[in-house]
Design a protein around this ligand. Structure first.
Ligand code: MN
Length: 730
């Protein structure tokens, strides 16, 4: 066939399914590609244009794609292999076609090496992730199919390598996109080079038995035909011998010789309606004895790739089992051409489909063969490609990183030693900055040096993966202890000064053990080190120590007051060491049960009074609680006691705040932001709207003391729309 004849065949094929195709553009694409590839030869010695023409023929014949795809298939090697550029193609044809060609070229540039299964799965995902437009992968698969068909001209080494790639990457992708015919052909062609002896054995055997097998196929087909005609079921039935790779796999999996594989035949019955599918099934099971456990209803439950059919295996009259697949014509088209069939249906609708409509195709990749319906639903919810990026190491391993990942993430994903000694990074052979965002298919190389200074603190902000961040933190923790301690100490001191507290009180040998307990560190040095490497913050340290330190400084002030020089020093009688209960000292009573009143929820720092309840110990109220008001005390003065806060108050006390505000959107959000910014533990939040457009919000929180309480109330007051912040009592 001359090149002109081949081109005419292409036009004829396209016209047969798409008479409205843009034949002027298709011809222009052919002529442009022919000019670009002029003088180039294939390994077979033929002019290069034979190849793009053949790929376009596959795209038309096997996949029945739109005009743009045919043009892109004709042009698919011009950017990669000729001086033509993306701009040229965009200008002469269209930006979309240029993108399709560029997409195919990108996939072509990917280098594979022999890999373990997990790597292969990543590669398949990467290919789809890079394709963006599903037509790119469809053209790429067609390109591969033609290259496999003409593989005989390549060196044995290249044959093996390409066949392995095809078997591991392109056949599974074709399967998951539902393109059975292409998948079979890719598998058979690959097998031919991967195991020539096994392949030859099967082919020879099938050929030697051809007459026998053909007779069986015809006999059985006629039997089914007759019966279905009797019942007036509109249908088409045909039989085939299973394809060589599927026989090969059976031998391999079941460890059987070719003679022992008897399940070699498959029949297919095509009908018009789903109802007829089940009618035919009944007829088949009536003629032949079904083999138990082999019936599968993929109509009721379709496969993740959209495949629908009824499958059953029955025993033939001569004791030969065979499989029967029953489906409608429409199911058949989708089974044979897969996503391409969907694509075509869309094309017949209004204009070109958008890639958005094909999101599901990408998700399909998640589904392993035979995944059931439930898993399918699950995987639909997970858009794995939105938050992942796939990049290569220089020797072809795929690294899977979170989207937005940088060379820092990459380096630490390889090994923490690589990250720690990183001095530079290259992406696709060009030096990049450490905050460079990696893209699918990038080849990333990390330059390391023994004299590297190690990570910098900025890296923690640049890194996208928690793995990298935690490895960087580890390094600072271990390698920079001295610096961490110095840095941690200075920020702690600063923070302390900021809060108006004294370092002397911290280091005081009497106070220190209490303070360290509050922050859960054994020594100050340990705490400084933690602050230094970022495992703890100076703010947290000070806020946890604050209560204790404030109490100490108040005590100092009190002591200073008592030794005022103007007054004669009065010996202070040793105060009876009263033990406190929950931080409360009840005058004159040790070890008594203390509870905090629910009406006014006092916290340390509040003026308080105690009331002896009947049987529940002492109930502590705020002095300003209406329930403790003098008029309420009438008649039971004797039961009111003086109580004070002790030195060993609890870490926190439950209390209540009421907030009155103008109701608006995001109010609760702002309130909770204020609470979390003050490190407030919230145990309850109750909001009700009043008829006049106000909201009353009751917050149940836990606070350490009155100071924290005040800070929280101030913060709440600053929120826009907040009118009143109060502590309810009474
Ligand atoms: Mn090609």
């Amino acid at each position: 066939m001359t090149i002109q004849e081949q081109y005419e065949l292409l036009e004829k094929t396209v016209r047969s399914y798409n008479p409205a195709a843009d034949f002027d553009h298709i011809r222009a694409a052919f002529e442009y590609a022919d000019r670009c590839h002029d003088g180039q030869k294939r390994k077979s010695g033929e002019p290069y244009i034979i190849h793009p023409l053949a790929v376009a023929q596959i795209v038309a014949e096997e996949l029945k794609l739109d005009s743009e795809s045919i043009e892109a298939a004709l042009l698919h090697d011009v950017i990669e292999d000729t001086p033509a550029t993306h701009e040229d193609v965009a200008r002469l044809f269209s930006p979309t076609i240029a993108d399709l060609v560029e997409g195919v070229s990108k996939l072509t540039r990917i280098q594979y090496a022999t890999k373990e299964d997990e790597q292969m799965e990543n590669l398949r995902k990467m290919l789809i992730a890079m394709s963006k437009d599903i037509r790119v992968i469809l053209i790429k698969v067609s390109d591969r199919l033609h290259n496999m068909r003409t593989m005989e001209y390549q060196s044995p080494e290249k044959q093996k390598q390409k066949s392995l790639e095809t078997m591991e990457i392109y056949a599974p992708i074709s399967h998951r996109l539902g393109m059975q015919r292409i998948k079979w052909e890719l598998e058979d062609l690959s097998l031919k080079y991967l195991d020539p002896v096994g392949y030859e054995e099967i082919i020879t055997r099938l050929e030697s038995k051809k007459a026998e097998y053909d007779a069986f196929l015809l006999r059985t087909q006629t039997q089914m035909d007759d019966r279905l005609n009797e019942l007036a079921i509109e249908h088409m039935v045909y039989g085939r011998i299973k394809h060589p790779y599927s026989i090969y796999r059976k031998m391999f999996n079941q460890n059987k010789s070719l003679d022992e594989i008897f399940d070699l035949f498959a029949f297919r019955v095509l009908v018009d309606t789903v109802g007829d599918c089940y009618n035919v099934l009944g007829v088949i099971h009536d003629i032949y004895k079904p083999i138990p456990g082999r019936f599968k209803d993929y109509i009721g439950t379709e496969k993740p790739n959209g495949y629908q059919s009824l499958h059953t295996t029955v025993m033939g009259p001569d004791g030969l089992p065979f499989e029967v697949q029953i489906r409608t014509w429409k199911m058949h088209e989708i089974a044979e051409y897969g996503v391409a069939a969907h694509w075509k249906y869309k094309q017949h609708g209004q204009g070109a489909g958008t890639e958005g409509k094909y999101e599901w195709v990408r998700r399909l990749l998640e589904n392993q063969e035979g995944a059931d319906a439930e898993e399918y639903i699950h995987s639909l919810k997970v858009d794995m490609f939105a938050d992942e990026v796939f990049v290569f190491t220089p020797n072809g391993d795929v690294q899977n990183l979170p989207a937005g990942a940088t060379p820092i993430d990459f380096a630490y994903a390889i090994h923490s030693a690589v990250g720690n000694s990183m001095v530079g990074a290259k992406v696709n052979n060009r030096i990049v900055t450490f905050d460079h965002i990696l893209k699918n298919g990038d080849i990333v190389e990390i330059m390391t040096s023994k004299s590297a200074k190690g990570p910098s603190r900025d890296w923690m902000k640049i890194a996208k993966s928690s793995e990298a961040r935690s490895k960087i933190r580890q390094w600072f923790k271990k390698e920079k202890r001295e610096e961490n301690i110095a840095g941690g100490r200075s920020s702690f001191e600063q923070e302390l000064k900021h809060a108006g507290l004294s370092m002397k009180d911290v280091t005081d040998s009497e106070n220190l053990p209490h303070l360290l307990k509050k922050v859960s560190y054994g020594t100050l040095e340990e705490m400084y080190a933690a602050i230094g490497y970022g495992g703890f913050t100076a703010q947290k340290a000070v806020s946890r120590m604050k209560g204790e330190l404030l109490r100490i400084s108040r005590q100092h002030q009190a002591e200073e007051l008592t030794v005022k020089p103007e007054e004669p020093p009065i010996p202070v009688p040793p105060r009876p060491m009263s033990k406190s209960e929950q931080g409360i000292i009840v005058e004159g009573l040790d070890n008594c049960l203390v509870k905090f009143s629910r009406c006014c929820t006092p916290v340390p720092g509040d003026e308080i009074v105690g009331f002896i309840t009947r049987g529940y110990g002492v109930s502590v109220h705020r002095a300003d609680c209406p329930n403790a008001a003098p008029e309420r005390r009438a008649g039971q003065e004797g039961r009111w006691l003086r109580v004070t806060w002790g030195s060993d108050t609890n870490d926190s006390y439950p209390t209540t705040i009421d907030v009155v505000c103008k109701d608006r959107m995001h109010l609760i959000l702002d309130i909770s932001t204020a609470l979390s910014s003050t490190n407030t533990f919230v145990s309850g939040l109750n909001s009700r709207s009043t008829e006049d457009g106000f909201a009353v919000i009751r917050l149940e929180i836990r606070v350490r003391d009155g100071a924290q309480m005040k800070a929280i109330m101030n913060k709440l007051h600053q929120i826009s729309g907040v009118l009143q912040v109060t502590r309810p009592a009474g």
